[in-house]
Ligand binder design. Structure first.
Ligand SMILES: Nc1nc2c(ncn2[C@@H]2O[C@H](COP(=O)(O)OP(=O)(O)O)[C@@H](O)[C@H]2O)c(=O)[nH]1
Ligand SMILES: [Mg+2]
Length: 393
């Protein structure tokens, strides 16, 4: 007697993603044996969980597992990367665990639930260009239908006329509120380094991205161009930007570089303000002004040249906490990376398993939906959601 059945729901070896369905009373036991959720949280129905699949001690792939709440039997969908290797290994594993082939009835809701439309294609592209685990986790959650299902459900409530706008609006607003986080997950937020010339910005830049990209030299005004490189911290990626130091430059090329740096800083999602320990704060006002009222992490550099404590204390008196980073100290660099990520929208208390918009197009459509609902224009709200869903609804 088979205690579960298993089968591939997606076309064999064709997509960037493969979805397996497990069905039957033995499913919880099988999941306990092969899946370790990253959060360590217990499985809850209908909440996609990101984690790792194991065959014994061998890691097979990262996966999103979603246990169905409404199926007649225990049922779960496992989303993994596409391609023959992972699928083949999983099929062999399920067979060894005693799986029967998946009954077509147990798979029949799949095309409707997953949707094959624009949102799905967008999520596949996100998966393809992901450089950090959080992007993979968002893409897999989206492919399992988090955002699509919530949009379809909101659309149905509006179209049926059953629910009051007062009930629907908060659901739309909840999605909008996650937008900054969603966009930052999908496309790394930018973080600009600012500071006076020779503050050690390029040294920090290279150390933070783990690459020697920016030229470091004792001559002030060395960096002029805007240089960008990915910085990975924990599960996240941000785009780190280095540029010219802030000063009144006489050289026209350097002056153009300073203007570019100020512009980069203005449009960045967060700043790293490099403050020299061996220079009075009064001589670094340009740095502090740029970072005022911004998401910023203040770093005291040159702590080996001068005692950093007076500058740290002077900053504290202005209500600005600062981190002392010694050149080449891996631990303080890692602390800095984490604080930098926390200063961007990625620091918001959301998780990728929640439905959320993650492209500007999504946010615009949700804004239009909200406006239509506020104006009592239900038909228009439905139309906006249809556009957003594309051919998925
Ligand atoms: N003693 C010391 N020198 C540093 C430190 N950080 C950078 N430097 C040196 O200071 C000079 C300017 O550094 P750089 O990173 O180019 O500064 P930037 O102009 O802000 O980009 C270079 O000669 C670096 O080697 C530090 O923490 N301590
Ligand atoms: Mg530099």
């Amino acid at each position: 007697m088979h205690r579960f059945s298993a089968g591939l729901l997606t076309p064999e070896g064709e997509g960037g993603l493969a979805v397996f369905r497990l069905d039957g009373d033995g499913v919880p036991e099988v999941l306990d044996a092969i899946f370790r959720p990253k959060s360590g949280k217990p499985r809850t129905t209908d909440v996609p969980l990101f984690g790792t699949l194991f065959d014994g001690d061998v890691k097979l792939d990262e996966a999103v597992v979603r246990v169905h709440a409404t199926a007649p039997t225990a049922r779960a969908d496992i989303s993994v990367h596409g391609g023959a290797w992972v699928s083949g290994r999983l099929e062999a594993l399920f067979a060894r665990l005693g799986a029967a082939p998946l009954d077509p009835d147990a798979a029949s809701d799949f095309p409707r639930r997953l949707g094959g439309g624009l949102l799905r294609r967008e999520a596949s592209q996100l998966l393809e260009r992901a450089v950090a685990p959080r992007q993979v986790s968002l893409a897999l959650a989206l492919l399992s239908g988090t955002f699509t299902n919530e949009l379809a459900s909101i659309r149905a409530s509006i179209a049926s006329g059953a629910a009051d706008a007062k009930v629907i609006l908060p659901r739309v607003e909840t999605l909008v509120a996650r937008g900054r986080f969603g966009l930052a997950c999908a496309s790394p937020p930018t973080v600009s380094l600012v500071g006076v010339p020779n503050a050690g910005k390029s040294t920090l830049f290279n150390a933070l991205c783990g690459e020697n990209r920016a030229v470091v030299a004792p001559r002030a005004g060395t960096t002029r161009d805007r240089i960008e490189a990915p910085m990975i911290a924990g599960d996240d990626a941000v785009a780190l930007v280095d540029g010219a130091g802030l000063r009144d430059a006489s050289d026209p090329v350097e002056r153009a570089g300073v203007a570019l740096a100020v512009e980069s800083a203005a449009s960045a999602d967060a700043l790293i303000a490099a403050v020299r320990a061996d220079l009075a704060l009064e001589e670094q006002e340009s740095t502090l002004t740029l970072a005022r009222n911004r998401a910023a992490v203040h770093v005291v550099t040159m702590g080996d040249v001068a005692d950093p404590n007076p500058v740290v204390a002077a900053l504290a008196r202005r209500g600005v906490p600062a981190l002392v980073v010694a050149r080449g100290d891996a631990r303080s660099l890692e602390t800095l990376r984490r604080r930098v990520v926390a200063a961007t929208p990625l620091g918001a208390p959301f998780v990728t398993a929640q439905p959320m918009p993650w492209l500007p197009r999504h946010l615009r459509a949700l804004g239009a939906t909200r406006a239509a609902l506020e104006a009592g224009a239900r038909a228009e709200a439905v139309r906006e959601l249809d556009l957003l869903l594309g051919d998925a609804s």
